[in-house]
Design a protein around this ligand. Structure first.
Ligand code: HEM
Length: 148
């Protein structure tokens, strides 16, 4: 009995004939977002851990103060979106590398997509709707810096 062995590097799917090359754009996204994330993540760590009283200053009020400023809201939201899409797309690459096309692969990719989408939506909502001193809240539940 003879077995036919496929030529090395035989693609799992036939090559696409036209349209946007999404894998190429995904590859470019990983590099471009990596460069931007370097600035965002180290800027974030520097501002939170080293400037002023550094890590000693981090508390509820610190976060409330930062998110009262649109600049830091957008900084944090950009970091959230870029890192989650970068991480989920990177994990998609690993799933493609270690599983064959089929149900398991689809479930894993679906779970990655769902997790990234839920975290992006929730995180964006939190950053833009955060209210440290909600009107009408009982005074004993408010932080000390809220006007009575
Ligand atoms: C300083 C920030 C970061 C830089 C410069 C960076 C850079 C990169 C680059 C260039 C790749 C592509 C590697 C390749 O194709 O061989 C990559 C892959 C990846 N990154 Fe990032 N990244 C950063 C932050 C993150 C964060 C925050 C996460 C998680 C949320 C993450 C998760 C991943 C994953 C899962 C992969 C795929 C690994 C693989 O293909 O073997 N990275 N990263």
């Amino acid at each position: 009995m003879t077995a036919t062995i496929e030529a090395p590097r035989t693609p799992a799917r036939p090559a696409r004939k036209g349209g946007a090359n999404l894998e190429k754009w995904g590859w470019i996204y990983m590099r471009a977002s990596g460069v931007v994330l370097l600035v965002l993540i180290f800027g974030h760590l520097f501002m939170n851990l080293m400037v002023g009283d550094g890590i000693q200053a981090i508390d509820f009020g610190f976060v409330g103060g930062k998110w009262a400023d649109g600049f830091w809201q957008w900084w944090d939201v950009l970091m959230l979106w870029l890192a989650l899409i970068h991480g989920a797309n990177g994990m998609r690459t690993l799933v493609n590398d270690y599983t064959n096309p089929g149900t398991v692969q689809n479930v894993l990719k679906g779970a990655l997509f769902a997790a990234a989408a839920v975290l992006i939506i929730l995180g964006t909502l939190v950053v833009f709707t955060f209210e440290p001193c909600p009107a009408g809240a009982p005074a004993d539940l408010l932080p000390s810096f809220c006007a009575a």
